[in-house]
Design a protein around this ligand. Structure first.
Ligand code: AP5
Ligand code: MG
Length: 190
């Protein structure tokens, strides 16, 4: 599965809950990058300059990281990718990684939320967590990149009939229930 949505739409929050319920692993490219930044690895040093500016890390770097991660044994039961793919080149890479294992994507879950609401959410998180990219100007740039680059990714998967759109506004529990209902209905219709 994939979870896609603009910055602050609740990808991380919901992916923790969904993966627990479905007993699959969560893989967040943003979290892997942040762990590398914290550990000051070469990958982290490379990624940091893009992340702080709210830009996408180059596809070559991101694709290699995901390819390596998906070779690990714990993905055998299924996985939920949070924040990948974000570009059409990443869509192609993921297709090639999965094809090598005879695997396919079941569901692409898209969280929908209004940009202004998301800016407020992320400014709220900035006060608690101090993520280096939760600055208003950078947040707006991240939102813009989502609209110009990542919505095309969702459109691509929509052609395959595997996208479910879920309203990301409202209480966290309510959003989780909407997601689980949407997943069930897609499973029932195929
Ligand atoms: P990433 O870490 O994926 O950041 P993002 O896409 O900007 O999204 P966030 O993690 O900020 O938000 P979220 O949707 O997970 O929401 P959350 O649950 O935290 O990527 C960071 C950077 O890494 C990118 O900019 C890029 O540089 C790089 N990168 C990552 N993947 C890449 C890729 N594939 N290619 C290239 N570069 C890549 O919730 C947000 C806040 O809202 C929290 O405070 C939460 O508590 C709150 N909240 C959640 N749900 C609700 C709700 N229902 N009501 C009210 N508040 C809520
Ligand atoms: Mg996140």
């Amino acid at each position: 599965m994939l979870i896609v949505g603009p910055p602050g739409s609740g990808k991380g929050t919901q992916s923790e809950r969904i993966t627990e319920r479905l007993n699959i692993v969560a893989i967040s490219t943003g979290d892997i990058f942040r762990a590398n930044v914290k550990g000051q690895t070469p990958l982290g040093l490379e990624a940091k300059k893009y992340m702080d500016a709210g830009d996408y890390v180059p596809d070559s770097v991101t694709n290699k990281m995901v390819r390596d991660r998906l070779q690990q044994d714990d993905v055998a039961n299924g996985f939920l990718l949070d924040g990948y793919p974000r570009t059409l080149a990443q869509v192609e890479e993921l297709a090639s990684i999965l094809a090598a294992d005879g695997a396919t994507l079941d569901v692409v879950l898209q969280l929908i939320a209004d940009d202004e609401e998301l800016v407020q959410r992320l400014l709220g998180r900035a006060k608690e967590l101090g993520r280096s990219d939760d600055d208003e100007k950078v947040i707006r740039h991240r939102l813009e990149l989502y609209h110009t680059e990542t919505e095309a990714v969702v459109a691509k998967y929509a052609e395959q009939g595997i996208v479910v759109k879920v309203d990301g506004l409202g209480a966290v529990d309510e959003v989780t229930e909407r997601i689980m209902t949407a997943i069930d209905s897609l499973a029932g219709s195929s």
